[in-house]
Design a binder for this molecule. Sequence first.
Ligand code: GDP
Ligand code: IMO
Ligand code: MG
Length: 419
Amino acid sequence: MGKNVVIIGTHWGDEGKGKMVDLLTEKADAVVRFQGGHNAGHTLVVAGKKTVLHLIPSGILHEQVTCIIGNGVVVSLSDLFKEIDELEATGVNIRDRLLVSQGCPLILPHHIALDKAREKKVRNNQKIGTTGRGIGPAYEDKVARRGLRIADLFDEQKFKTHLEEIMDYHNFVLEKFFNTKKIDFNETLAASLGYADQVKPMVTDVVSELTRLRKSEANILFEGAQGSLLDIDHGTYPYVTSSNTTAGAIASGCGVGPMYLDYILGITKAYTTRVGSGPFPTELFDSTASHLSKKGDEFGATTGRPRRCGWFDVHTLKRVISINSISGLCITKLDVLDELDTVSLCVNYEDKDADCPTPIYEELPGWQESTSGAKSLKELPKNARAYLERIESACEVNIDFISTGPERLDTIVLNNPYD
Ligand code: GDP
Ligand code: IMO
Ligand code: MG
């Protein structure tokens, strides 16, 4: 029997999903993105070589695998082909094993302009701190039922008429409301249609392809982007992204029904980070924060912005486990905590209804020994194991993987769902 395994970020993104997708792809036949867009930045390190992926699924470095972009992903074709070209230049073969759904909404230049103009206009404390990739406005057009999709590229006349209508509307907003420059229609039309021939061979009915793969007993890996607390419904609204980032999005984002999922792996950093604005109850502002930021190299893989750092939040994780029906956890970046005297876990909040509640911590002793690159549980110091066991007992979910370095093989595998 093939298995359908899901990778989901449990907090505000950048938990190390890319590394774990790359690792699990060893046993997968297909890797599927089902939401988000090139706001994602997923880092893989294989034999010292770093690759950062934004739209292309993180299984691409394994030659046997088919990579699939489902209808729930918003696609900027210029960024997709930039990423393809860059990867091809490093010798990775892509075009004959990347499939893209005809239903993907297009991110167009006016979406990017609107995203940036909105962030510029609002008062500082209302800024979301978006990645500026046009994600929000593209999803807005989708739910407003006026967006253009990849399939529309193949009827030039219809595309032109529809684009003109929609750009009239958005350019009006850009000029009159945001007092900013409008986007040129003819340039947008030519650039968009210019990608039609390139993308056509990859365009596939992803629902049929995934059904075929499932029936042929293939192992399929679903790659979540962002994190559960950035989910448009369950996250820290309005400081969220514009898609559902939780496991429920798989059914709508690529057409694989919920009963077909076999295992959901929650990727959780051994501490917490957040990039962009919004509440972060366990955020630290002291020397521990700067230590985590420096040792963890906490700078956004997409925008290079510094990530805010804080303690592990078990209390929120328990809710996230429920929302996603998480089967097992992967704790990443354990090595970043190695030098600390003590480590803290947020086990509850004092004032649950506050915008940014006050955490109640449990303090545990640190281990002050290197865990970097550990590949088995017995290599871990006693206190590091106690920290992980406390997370397990508080969450009532097993830790199935522990990541101890950025390299693919710097991983302790306790239970691989594909075995
Ligand atoms: P993603 O968005 O969830 O895929 O995560 P990112 O790639 O944005 O950020 C995770 C960062 O942590 C990347 O730079 C990874 O190379 C790095 N990383 C992943 N796992 C580990 C680990 O166990 N230890 C250390 N030190 N770095 C890690
Ligand atoms: P990966 O997949 C971390 C954050 C932005 C901002 C908010 C909305 O690498 O984990 P958007 O551009 O989506 O409208 O921005 O969401 N954000 C991420 N933070 N990792 C990501 O992706 C993110 N994608 C979006 O910083 O706060
Ligand atoms: Mg990232």
